[in-house]
Structure formats: structure tokens, C-alpha cells
Design a protein around this ligand. Structure first.
Ligand code: HEC
Ligand code: HEC
Length: 359
């Protein structure tokens, strides 16, 4: 559609939202309506914010007006091409796709679970990335009354995992990931890095715990796939083969020469430092885009209060061509206990073209 610039929401009266009353503020946050009556684009996740309580809106308003420094600088204007520049069109979109109901707790559930549900559905707006989008780019479900809610999707060609039930993860695995960006299964990447870095790491332990308890309460729809059932034997077979080093395939050779030093012959990495590739969620995702992205661009864990050290991985875009990356990624997806589909050089070309050379 084009570029949508986020607006200045500091309390500057001219460039920002300094003239907003609390009611104006609530209308913008919960309904996507600006003080001048124009509609915001749902790049601002107001459909998720609809359920924020009056108390929390009040607290946010006071914080923005009193706690944020005014910045007297206008943000660039968004100018999309026709028909997307017709903001009034959002009126129809809102009628079709948003839900004008306040947050509804589950009557039977504990206070902790409902706290988690509230944070996930509203302030955390987890669904804006973790719920698949429909033809109008709307989230297919805004709460857990529908099994598509938090069932995973795709963002800029990066797989976004489902959060429903998270069968392989314990409550502690989830809170560890959200507060430090790493745990025994995964190391945060893609758009989730900013979520951990700028938001989740600052949440209280009680709130993180509530979120994890809520996610665990959702019925999971698909059992774990893309993994071999005999994980221990399959892992040993691959790591023995790599160690012997005879007749290695191109992918295995590339792995030994470029990756093994950090991720090890058994693909299990080193807990808390180098993430596992054997059984790693991003490695096994149906969409290999995230894995290819990391091989090309490298990755860096965010520095968080509870895990300040930054762990980095170099990018291989300039060292490996598309065929090599495809062979390597195919091996990583099928070695050890992994059993995910092969990657083609076309898949790699697609990701390489989408990389921003400036970053
Ligand atoms: C110098 C050490 C080092 C080397 C060499 C290295 N990695 Fe990494 N890798 C890391 C670190 C550290 C991370 C965690 C960074 C992050 O996710 O932010 C990581 C993350 C990853 C991830 C994401 C895992 C997850 O759970 O999110 C994948 C996939 C990966 N590496 C694959 C590879 C492949 C394939 C190679 C060889 C081409 C390789 N790495 C080479 C250190 C390394
Ligand atoms: C801006 C988009 C975005 C938002 C908002 C977001 N996530 Fe994520 N999330 C992602 C992406 C992308 C990944 C995959 C990261 C990777 O591949 O390393 C992810 C991964 C995760 C994972 C790891 C799951 C796994 O199986 O590996 C958890 C847990 C998670 N998110 C929880 C949440 C929660 C809880 C919220 C709301 C408080 C949230 N996310 C909001 C984009 C987002």
C-alpha cells in the first residue's frame, strides 16, 4: 500500500497530542479516530485496544500528558495512493472488521488467567502479529472465542508462531523468553525482538506469569509436526555422521565449516548462549523465510535487564550464494530430529531481494 508514518504522540500542542482531552485520547486509542475526526489506519492496532479499561486509559493519558517530554517536531505525513488515501474508507472497514465490545473476562477462570487474557487481548495486542489476517488485512479474530485467534501467521515473509497452548513450553519457558528474549527452545528474532526489547522485558513478573498461564489455557489446534519421534537416536545418527566427516553432502559440509563452532555437531547449541537448531521453532516452521533471513543477515539478541549480554551471529549473505544457502538450510531442517521440507534457491532469492541493504 505504501509507507504509513507513525504520528508524534508526545504532548506537544502543535506537533503532537497536547490538545487532546482524555475523551479524544480514548477515541484515538480505542476507535482509531483522531481529534479532527479523521480515521487512523489500523497500522495503529486500535482494534485490539478496544477493550482497554477506562482506568488504564486514564493512567495512559496522565502518563502521556505529564510523563512524556513534548517534541515540537512534526512527523512526516502519510500519503498513500488512491484508494488507500481516502481515510473515510476506514469507516466501512471499522464496521466490517472491528468489534465494539468491552473486554469480557471468562467467568469461570481465575483472576490471574483473566489478567493474562486482558493483557494479551488488549494492551499487549499480541494478535496483531500472531493472528492470521484476512482479505481486508484484518485480524481474523480479536479474542479467543474463535480458534483462529493467535494461531500464527506470517509477517514480512517471517513465520509468526502460534501461541495457542504452546504444548512444548512450560509457563517458565514462556516467561523466560518474554523477559530475556531467549530460552531453551528459541532465541528471539524478527519483529518479536522489539517486542521483548521495548516492552515485555519491563513487565512485572506477575504480569508475565499471567500471560503465560493464559496462553497455556488456550486449546492447541495442531500437534507438534516436522519433528522425528525418535529424537535421541536421530540426533545421534546425524552428529556421528558429521563427526566422522566422510561423504558429507554439500549442506552438511557448509554446516561444519560455518555453523558448527557455535551450534555444535548435535545442533543443540549451548543453553542460554547459542540457540538450538535441533528442534528449534524457527528452523522447523513451515515457512523457511525466518531461517533464511537469519542465515543471510545474522542476528543479535536484545540486551535486557535480566540478560544484558548481547549474543551475536554474523550474516552469511556475502559468503554464501543462493544455492549454498538452500543446501545448508535444507540440511538444518532435516538433520538430527528435524523433519521439515527442503528449501530451494528460489526461496533464498526471494528473501535476499527483500533485504534492506541499508540495514
Ligand atoms: C559465532 C557464533 C555463531 C555462528 C558461527 C553461527 N551462529 Fe547461528 N546464532 C548464534 C547466536 C548467538 C544466535 C542467537 C541470536 C539471536 O537469535 O538473536 C544464533 C541464532 C541462530 C538461529 C535462530 C535460532 C532461534 O531460535 O531463533 C539460527 C536458525 C541460526 N543461528 C543458524 C545458524 C546457521 C545455519 C549458521 C551457519 C551458517 C550459524 N547459525 C552460525 C551464533 C552463531
Ligand atoms: C510486532 C509483531 C509481534 C507482536 C506485537 C507480538 N509478537 Fe510474539 N512473535 C513475533 C514474531 C515474528 C515471532 C517469531 C520470532 C522468531 O522467529 O524468532 C514471535 C514469537 C513469539 C514467541 C515464541 C514462540 C515460539 O514458539 O517460538 C512467543 C512466546 C511470543 N511471540 C509471545 C508474544 C506475546 C505474549 C505477545 C503479546 C504480549 C506477542 N508475542 C506480540 C511477532 C510479534
Amino acid at each position: 500500500m505504501g509507507v504509513i508514518y507513525s504520528t508524534n504522540i508526545s504532548p506537544d500542542p502543535k506537533a503532537g497530542i497536547g490538545m487532546y482531552s482524555e475523551k479524544d485520547f480514548a477515541e484515538a486509542v480505542r476507535k482509531g479516530i483522531r481529534r479532527d475526526g479523521k480515521h487512523l489506519y489500523p497500522a495503529m492496532p486500535y482494534p485490539d485496544y478496544r477493550g482497554i479499561t477506562d482506568d488504564d486509559i486514564h493512567t495512559l493519558y496522565v502518563y502521556f500528558m505529564k510523563g512524556v517530554k513534548p517534541v515540537p517536531e512534526k512527523a512526516p505525513e502519510t500519503s498513500l495512493s488512491f484508494p488507500f488515501n481516502q481515510r473515510w474508507g476506514m469507516w466501512f472497514w471499522n464496521i466490517a472488521f472491528t468489534d465494539d465490545k468491552p473486554f469480557a473476562p471468562q467467568n469461570q477462570a481465575s483472576t490471574v488467567l483473566n489478567r493474562g487474557k486482558y493483557l494479551v487481548e488488549t494492551l499487549g495486542h499480541c494478535g496483531s502479529c500472531h493472528t492470521p489476517r484476512g482479505i481486508g488485512m484484518q485480524e481474523k479474530a480479536l479474542n479467543d472465542s474463535d480458534s483462529k485467534y493467535l494461531s500464527g501467521g506470517e509477517l514480512n515473509n517471517w513465520p509468526v508462531p502460534p501461541l495457542r497452548g504452546m504444548p512444548a513450553w512450560s509457563v517458565k519457558d514462556i516467561t523466560e523468553y518474554l523477559s530475556t528474549g531467549r530460552n531453551d527452545f528459541a532465541s528471539v528474532g524478527g519483529e518479536m525482538t522489539g517486542v521483548v526489547e521495548h516492552s515485555m522485558q519491563h513487565m512485572s513478573d506477575e504480569d508475565l506469569n499471567a500471560i503465560a498461564i493464559y496462553l497455556k489455557s488456550l486449546p492447541a489446534d495442531t500437534p507438534e509436526s516436522n519433528r522425528r519421534p525418535d529424537a535421541v537416536a536421530a540426533t545421534r545418527q546425524t552428529s556421528d555422521f558429521l563427526t566422522k566427516g566422510h561423504n558429507l553432502s554439500e549442506g552438511q559440509m557448509l554446516y561444519m565449516n560455518n555453523c558448527e563452532a557455535c551450534h555444535w555437531t548435535d545442533g543443540n547449541g549451548a543453553k542460554g548462549i547459542f540457540p538450538r537448531l535441533n528442534g528449534g521453532d524457527i528452523v522447523l516452521a513451515d515457512n523457511p523465510g525466518g531461517l533464511i533471513n537469519i542465515i543471510l543477515k545474522g542476528a543479535e539478541t536484545p540486551s535486557t535487564i535480566n540478560a544484558p549480554s548481547v549474543m551475536g551471529m554474523p550474516g552469511f549473505a556475502s559468503r554464501l550464494n543462493n544455492e549454498q544457502v538452500a543446501a545448508l538450510a535444507s540440511f538444518v531442517r532435516s538433520g538430527w530430529a528435524n523433519n521439515a521440507s527442503a528449501v530451494s534457491d528460489k526461496d533464498v532469492a526471494k528473501v535476499r531481494e527483500s533485504l534492506d541493504p541499508a540495514k
